[in-house]
Every structure is written in C-alpha cells, then in structure tokens.
Write a protein that binds this ligand. Structure first.
Ligand code: MG
Length: 334
C-alpha cells in the first residue's frame, strides 16, 4: 500500500480504481455514487438551482474547518441562496503528486461529514493527479444542485426601497482566521472560521418569514462588496449602520492590529437577507433562534435614489461611501 499520491493514481487504471474505492467511495458512499457509472442519474424536480465553485484555500486545515468541509459548505450555501434545498454535489479533485494519502483521506472524511450535515449526497466525482509543483497539494471543485422551494425565489436584483437588510451573524471570521493562521498570528481572543451550511436556516426563513427579496452569502469581498453588488443589481441605494453590524471581539482586535476592515473580509457561514420591512422582525426572530443565526441583526435599509450607492453610517456618527473590494486582499482564502 502506497503512503503518497503517485501519478498512477490519476491514470484511470488500477491505482486510480483502488484510490476511488479505498478513499472516495469508502467515505462518501451512497446508492448513486457506489454504482460508479459514467454519470449520476438523479431524482430531482424542477426548477433547479445549480452552482459551482473551486477551492484552493491554503493552509488546507485551519481553525473551524478545512478545504474538504469548505468545499461542501461553499457550494451548498450558494445553492441555498437561490431559495433552493441543496440535494446533490459533484466533486473534482486536482491532487499534487507526492501528497500524503493520510492528508487526502482526512480531507475526504471531512467532506463526507460536512455533506451529511448539509443533507446532500456526493453523487459523482473526478480525480486528476498532476506532477509535483503543478498545483499546491489539493484543489477541489464542487458543483451543487438543489430544488427551488418557492414560486418567486430571491434574486440579487429584487431589493426594493423600504426593505430592511439583515445579516445572520458576525462578519469577517473566515477571512481573518485564514490570514492569521497562514501568518502564524494569534490574538488575545481566539478566532475561527465560520464555515458552515446555511441550508437549514434558509429553509426555515423561506417557509416562515414571508417573501424574501434577496439572499446572498457575503464570501470573498465580505459584506461591503456583496452589498455593493446587490445595490448595483437592484439599482437602489443601501444604507448600512456600522454600529449594528456584529463583529466578534477577536476579529475586531485582529483587524485593528492588521489595519483590516471586517466588512471586507470573507465569511463562509453567514448570509445577507433583504426583505420588506414588515417581515423583518419575524425573520430576525427565526435567525436568532437558529444555531446558524444567534447573533443576527438588522444592519441597514434600502432607500430610493442614487442607484448602486452604498452608504455606511459610521460608528462615530459620520457617513462614508462604500466601494467594492479592489484587487485581491487575501489570495486563496477559499
Ligand atoms: Mg455566494
């Protein structure tokens, strides 16, 4: 038995088959995957939401998660943000020759656990091995499929003047954790990634909160960039109240130390929900009584005029315009 990945493991021959059986099927097993057909044949009814994402995070393992769980949560959440119940995932692995099999197995086992928690099945996959140096350890692509729950699902262009803006929890945890862990920094208050599946909370909101106009997860670029995208797509002005935006103490401390703004840092287990003012109290209550939304808050409002503008009412009583993140603040965070 080999201890490291060889080019042979991606050849499609005997070594590939053994790898698929011993690691992928063993951990991710389900009736569709175990058939090992050329394609997964799925039971799904339309309309369907589909999303794909590729994960290149470094380091592979970090406080609060790893590339395997992140690859499940990231795609499941994007599907859920369309008002859909995520059901199936595909996963494609690009693995660097020489990677320890133990590391691959740890990643796949974590993926399996995350998929179970997110109530999705990994039904098809692919493995490629590339020569040493052609990728850094492992890159993973996942594609997700889900069934859209409602007739008129949330969309980025549906924010309307009069709507309120909610976030499901603290901002910046994932981005700062990756940066700090990579640089070997520790802060007085420990921080960890918020990587988590939001399907359950979305489902509850869709069923009980009333018509939701926009759902989106503020991943790369953080809350600020995502809100700016929504303001542009919906051609509205959005006003945020900095003092209402939840930020964990460790993130606040780390951001002050490094000169970063938590509103531009990535999140992997949080959502923005924009809906008519009259439904906001109910939505807030649903979020706060759910495991994924204990520190949810109403952080802003949609107003008429100035399409595409985002205004931040700062903690010290001023106002400033919010722009999208320019360039790459932190590469390879997801
Ligand atoms: Mg997203």
């Amino acid at each position: 038995m080999h201890t490291h990945i060889l080019l042979d493991h991606g050849s499609g021959g005997l070594a590939s088959q053994r790898l698929i059986k011993d690691i992928f099927v063993r951990h991710l097993d389900n009736p569709v995957l175990s058939l090992l057909n050329d394609a997964a044949c799925l039971d799904i009814s339309g309309p369907v939401a589909m999303s794909t994402d590729t994960f290149t995070v470094t380091p592979l393992f970090f406080p609060g998660g790893d590339i395997g769980s992140l690859a499940v949560h990231g795609t499941v959440n994007d599907v859920a943000m369309c008002g859909a119940v995520p059901k199936y995932l595909s996963c494609g692995f690009i693995i660097e020759e020489g990677l320890e099999l133990k590391i691959l197995e740890r990643v796949v086992a974590s993926m399996a656990q995350a998929a179970e928690g997110a109530e999705v099945q990994v039904v098809t996959g692919d493995t490629k091995v590339v020569p040493k140096g052609a990728v850094d350890q492992i890159f993973i692509n996942t594609t997700g499929l889900g069934e859209i729950l409602v007739h008129d699902p949330p969309q980025g262009n549906k924010a309307r003047p009069g709507d309120l803006v909610l976030v499901s929890g603290s901002m910046g945890d994932h981005g700062l954790t990756i940066l700090a862990h990579r640089e070997g920094l520790a802060f007085q208050t420990p921080i960890q990634s918020d990587s988590a599946a939001l399907h359950g909370l979305v489902h509850k909101l869709m069923q009980e909160a009333g018509a939701i106009h926009v759902l989106r997860d503020p991943t790369r670029g953080g809350l600020a960039t995502t809100i700016k995208e929504i303001a542009e797509q919906s051609a509205v002005c959005i006003e945020l109240d900095e003092a209402q935006i939840p930020v964990n103490p460790g993130v606040e401390e780390g951001c002050a130390f490094l000169g970063l703004d938590p509103l531009f840092l990535a999140n992997e287990g949080k959502m923005i929900c924009i809906l008519p003012r009259e439904y906001a109290p109910k939505a807030l209550q649903i979020m706060r009584s759910h495991d994924m939304g204990h520190s949810a808050a109403i952080v802003g409002r949609v107003i008429a005029g100035h399409p595409g503008r985002v205004v931040l009412n700062t903690g010290i009583g001023g106002q400033r315009l919010v722009h999208m993140l320019e360039g790459e603040q932190l590469p390879r965070i997801c």
